[in-house]
Design a protein around this ligand. Structure first.
Ligand code: HEC
Ligand code: HEC
Ligand code: HEC
Ligand code: HEC
Ligand code: HEC
Ligand code: HEC
Ligand code: HEC
Ligand code: HEC
Ligand code: HEC
Length: 432
């Protein structure tokens, strides 16, 4: 907390205390027993504990002005008092008969700025979250501080009840319901154990969640490596729920990736291009085919001079609900053929994506053939999923890898080199 700000706020509070002395307060004596509240707070509550007290808003709605004094007295902020947060409540013109408030949301967002005076670290984390960027984009459902911490009954962070999914479940109820029956729901982990509370990131676009998993299951990679060749590569290319939610539908997402900058390609702020470019490349409207995908990539490459935009494949579950249905590991998918077999299910549903302005991926449908096409090989950065695609030559590599006959990375390089030659030739023709 910033000491000087706090100090200034106290001075403001003292000034208000002087001004408020002109108020005639009747119920002071009756409330004096509530020692957690100051005299000034009692004065505010003399009016604001009244049921039905409200004011009209610009959008035609009403702002309820009743504050639960008993809950406030128990809250972490009881010692601060009303006037520190409501420092702009001047008693010279309070009640503010002429004050115009457009909407409850606008009022709430404006008032939320006050938290920064004392909780700079939490605010800083929150500012980088997906929720904050949704609000900056005008989303009217994403949470600000007081949507998770009720403004007048803020309790210690530790009092949230993971079994009830608070404070997340009131907005993400479908996810919460799915989650409750999962291994973690039963072990009453909190949502924030995987997503964090303030700097909630996009679970599908970055490594935040995967790193959280590996933070608790430290030896997971070693344990998988015992039966899964190149477990690290699988962890990069297959999301954990894709194997651990055995009932889920699976799909493949191909992300635009900048090989020079070594990061996902982001939509440029203010000028989203991905969807319009994809739509104009997808002339038949049936989803991007290999040629369309190729020309889409070419456009993104042309933008950024010498950058090299490629695709990174990721096998994942097809919905957020399914991502939370993790079952005991005895039920997890272990059968290589679920993925490494011609025509394997997960490869029948394909999207191409870019990181959107709010941090979440923006997706566009593609035809499954893009995974098999020789035209895509060069831009797919090695996402062949041996056997899963129709590139038959790769099947023997799987067999060898399983038998430990050759070093997997070496096999990988060879294949890459082999196909590059063909791919260059064909895409060269396609470009002209
Ligand atoms: C004499 C009764 C009375 C007292 C005392 C009083 N209020 Fe109010 N307050 C009101 C009324 C009435 C309104 C609604 C005014 C309107 O309809 O325009 C209001 C509106 C508000 C609002 C919403 C509008 C705004 O200005 O943001 C806040 C916040 C508020 N009061 C806080 C306080 C605080 C904090 C105190 C103590 C420091 C306090 N009030 C003391 C009667 C009172
Ligand atoms: C920790 C800061 C903080 C303290 C302390 C605080 N408030 Fe508030 N108050 C807020 C915020 C933030 C809002 C905006 C409401 C929202 O975001 O939903 C608000 C809103 C209000 C409103 C408008 C109606 C509403 O609930 O939205 C009233 C009236 C009000 N406060 C009165 C009080 C009174 C009376 C006290 C003392 C008993 C008090 N506040 C203490 C932060 C505070
Ligand atoms: C999406 C819900 C959510 C939002 C939005 C949110 N918080 Fe929290 N906050 C939590 C949860 C949950 C905890 C409990 C700690 C945990 O689970 O990590 C918490 C804990 C805290 C704590 C206790 C210590 C700490 O830093 O962890 C403070 C202080 C805090 N929040 C302030 C804020 C402020 C200020 C804002 C607005 C910038 C805010 N919170 C926005 C959910 C939220
Ligand atoms: C004037 C300073 C001040 C302001 C403004 C303020 N707080 Fe606090 N807050 C405190 C203090 C002091 C504590 C108690 C810290 C403690 O007990 O360690 C606290 C505690 C908290 C906690 C519990 C921390 C924990 O360790 O579990 C949360 C959550 C919290 N505040 C959220 C908010 C939110 C949300 C806002 C804005 C609506 C806000 N605060 C505004 C001073 C402030
Ligand atoms: C006041 C409502 C609200 C609360 C409370 C809330 N969220 Fe959200 N959250 C949203 C909205 C709205 C979105 C935008 C996406 C959507 O519509 O589902 C979102 C998006 C997300 C996303 C990104 C989703 C994606 O598609 O990539 C995650 C992760 C998330 N929230 C986690 C949490 C967690 C964890 C908590 C509790 C600590 C929480 N949320 C609390 C409203 C809320
Ligand atoms: C054990 C870790 C874990 C916990 C605990 C957890 N999640 Fe998730 N969450 C995930 C994973 C994994 C994904 C999907 C990421 C991916 O595709 O790889 C996800 C995705 C999400 C999404 C995005 C959904 C979408 O449509 O893309 C939201 C929203 C979300 N979680 C909210 C929550 C909420 C709310 C809770 C608490 C009820 C919660 N999560 C608990 C791991 C977790
Ligand atoms: C290719 C499918 C697959 C992927 C991808 C996968 N798992 Fe597993 N996982 C399994 C199977 C199968 C088992 C059961 C192995 C056994 O019983 O010998 C298992 C076991 C586990 C276990 C219990 C054994 C232990 O390590 O204590 C944990 C925890 C686990 N996985 C976490 C993860 C995490 C975290 C990820 C993502 C980073 C992940 N898994 C990715 C298939 C997978
Ligand atoms: C905060 C710590 C924590 C995080 C983060 C976490 N887990 Fe767990 N996980 C647990 C606990 C506790 C259990 C239940 C006890 C147990 O079986 O080990 C569990 C159980 C499991 C199991 C079942 C193990 C079995 O033997 O049946 C799997 C699989 C698993 N977790 C995978 C994941 C995945 C995938 C993620 C990330 C999406 C994740 N965990 C994130 C703590 C965590
Ligand atoms: C849930 C789907 C899935 C399952 C189950 C699965 N894999 Fe994979 N595997 C993949 C994907 C996707 C890739 C592609 C990784 C890449 O190229 O980026 C891959 C890559 C590989 C590779 C190449 C690794 C490299 O270094 O390029 C081998 C070898 C492999 N898998 C063997 C196996 C074996 C053996 C099993 C069973 C024990 C198995 N996989 C189970 C999805 C799966």
């Amino acid at each position: 907390m910033t000491g000087t700000k706090f100090h200034t706020n106290l001075i403001i509070a003292a000034r208000i205390a002087l001004a408020v002395a002109v108020f005639t307060v009747t119920s002071l004596a009756a409330r004096a027993a509530d020692s957690a509240r100051t005299q000034l707070d009692e004065q505010c509550l003399a009016c604001h504990s009244a049921e039905g007290l409200e004011m009209k808003l610009g959008d035609g709605g009403k702002l309820a002005l009743q504050v639960d004094g008993a809950a406030f007295a128990k809250s972490v902020h009881s010692k601060i008092g009303c006037a520190v947060c409501h420092a702009n409540t001047s008693f010279e013109n309070h009640p503010p008969v002429k004050k115009k408030i457009a909407s409850g949301r606008e009022y709430s967002l404006g008032m939320n700025k006050v938290c920064a005076n004392c909780h700079a670290p939490a605010v800083k984390l929150y500012e980088g979250s997906i929720h904050a960027s949704l609000i900056r984009d005008g989303n009217s459902w994403a949470p600000s501080c007081t949507d998770c911490h009720s403004p007048h009954a803020v309790m210690a962070g530790a009092t949230y009840n993971p079994a009830k999914g608070t404070p997340c479940s009131k907005c993400h109820d479908a996810v919460f319901t799915a989650y409750s029956g999962s291994v973690h729901g039963k072990a009453t982990l909190a949502c924030s154990n995987c997503h964090r509370a303030h700097d909630v990131g996009s679970p599908t676009a970055g490594d935040q969640v995967k790193n959280a998993c590996l933070g608790c299951h430290e030896d997971a990679q070693d344990k998988h490596q015992k039966w899964l060749p190149n477990a690290k590569r699988h962890f990069d290319a297959v999301s954990c729920p894709a194997c651990h939610s055995p009932q889920a539908k699976r799909k493949v997402d191909l992300r635009l990736y900048d090989n020079l900058a070594q990061q996902s390609v982001m939509e440029k702020a203010g000028v989203p291009q991905f969807e319009s470019r994809a739509r104009s490349a997808d002339k038949k409207g049936a989803g991007l085919d290999a040629m369309a995908l190729h020309s889409l990539l070419r456009e993104f490459n042309r933008d950024v001079g010498d950058s090299k935009t490629t695709l990174r494949g990721r096998l994942e579950v097809s919905s957020g609900v399914e991502a939370h249905q993790l079952a005991p590991s005895t039920l997890a998918i272990r059968d290589c053929a679920k993925c490494h077999q011609q025509g394997a299910d997960p490869f029948q549903s394909v999207t191409v994506s870019i990181v959107g302005p709010d941090g979440r991926p923006v997706r566009y449908g593609a035809q499954p053939e893009v995974l098999n096409s020789i035209i895509s090989v060069d831009s797919l950065s090695g996402f062949y999923a041996i056997g899963g695609t129709r590139i038959k030559l790769l099947d023997w590599l799987l067999a060898l890898a399983v038998m430990g006959g050759i070093g997997v990375p070496m096999g990988h390089m060879t294949i890459r080199w082999l196909f590059r030659k063909y791919a260059k030739k064909i895409t060269g023709q396609a470009d002209s």
